[in-house]
Design a protein around this ligand. Structure first.
Ligand SMILES: NC(=O)c1ccc[n+]([C@@H]2O[C@H](COP(=O)([O-])OP(=O)(O)OC[C@H]3O[C@@H](n4cnc5c(N)ncnc54)[C@H](O)[C@@H]3O)[C@@H](O)[C@H]2O)c1
Length: 288
């Protein structure tokens, strides 16, 4: 059900690759809620993905931009402003990629060229988008900018690798730029820390299925889906959240506040019993 929460608003959405992408769901809902949008993605992703199909459904166009290249971002903002007939109101940064993760290189053996690429694509791109938008005075007062993060920015999760460092940087950029843009133009900048979600980027993480199951068992409300994340993004773009800025907001069913849940303990205990049985251990607690 739509509430017209974004009626009259205009926004730019980065990162819709296919119908599993979080940005895809955000674009659909933003359009449903009355927003006029422009979609963008890296040129290679537009060739390989379905972004054009989404543009058709949302009555808009896709403007290619590699989010690590300033000249691409400048061109994107310029063309978006031409299409919108002036300034716009919101931006979604839904971009992440680590060549180390892709190539299965572990955190204690990082390739530093790849590491820099991870940081550039997944975090610095957020700064570049904000800096170019500010220099081109692209956003209306009381605009809203969001990026998507993950709890690995605060806590170590096996397999998340150098993306954890990228997410920490991303969240820090939201705070540092949030001060500048807030003070000057009342523009709010936040990150949403989302549950593990089965998308192209998510499924590239080592042990992803186990991670999804674990966080679902740990979270009293269960994992948040991509659709639920999109609902939250819409609320954050709307005028109902005007004084929230420089925050990292968890959208994870409660996972980030948990230590151990009964549902996770059940599985842990079952595996321990199997381990004891297999190893013929009698003095259980002496073993550990
Ligand atoms: N899926 C999860 O489990 C999960 C959990 C928390 C946060 N996130 C974050 O959500 C965001 C969206 O990821 P997703 O899960 O929807 O996966 P996705 O693979 O659908 O989206 C990632 C997007 O990044 C784009 N991208 C990569 N390099 C780019 C570049 N140089 N320029 C412009 N775009 C580029 C890709 O083309 C793709 O559209 C990412 O920041 C991701 O880290 C995902």
């Amino acid at each position: 059900m739509a509430f017209n929460l974004l009626k009259g608003k205009k926004g730019l959405i980065f990162g819709a690759l296919n119908d599993k992408s979080i940005a895809w769901k955000v674009a659909e809902k933003a359009y449903e809620e009355g927003a006029e949008i422009v979609l963008t993605n890296a040129p290679f992703a537009i060739r390989l993905g379905d972004t054009e199909k989404l543009a058709e459904a949302c009555n808009t166009e896709v403007i290619p931009a590699d989010a690590t290249k300033i000249e691409d971002i400048e061109n994107l903002i310029k063309k978006s402003m031409e299409r919108f007939g002036g300034k716009f109101d919101f931006i979604l940064h839904s971009i992440g990629m680590s060549p180390n993760v892709r190539k299965g290189i572990t955190y204690d053996n990082l390739n530093y060229e790849y590491f820099l690429k991870t940081l550039d694509v997944s975090a610095l791109s957020f700064h570049k988008i904000l800096q170019v938008s500010r220099k081109m005075d692209a956003l209306n007062d009381w605009g809203s900018v969001l990026a998507l993060s993950y709890v690995a920015a605060q806590r170590t999760l096996y397999g998340y690798n150098d993306m954890a460092d990228a997410k920490s940087l991303l969240e820090s950029i939201a705070r540092s730029f949030g001060y500048i843009y807030g003070r000057e133009k009342k523009i709010r900048i936040n990150t949403i820390s989302q549950s593990p979600t089965p998308t192209t980027a998510g499924q590239g993480i080592m042990g992803f299925d186990g991670l999804v199951d674990f966080s679902n068992r740990m979270s009293p409300l269960g994992n948040a889906t991509a659709e639920e994340c999109a609902d939250y993004c819409i609320a954050m773009f709307s005028d109902l959240t005007k004084k929230i800025t420089m925050q990292n907001i968890f959208h994870d069913g409660g996972f980030s506040s948990m230590g151990m849940s009964r549902r996770a303990m059940d599985v842990y205990t079952k595996s321990l019993d199997e381990y004891y049985e297999f190893n013929d251990v009698t003095h259980k607690f002496e073993e550990f």
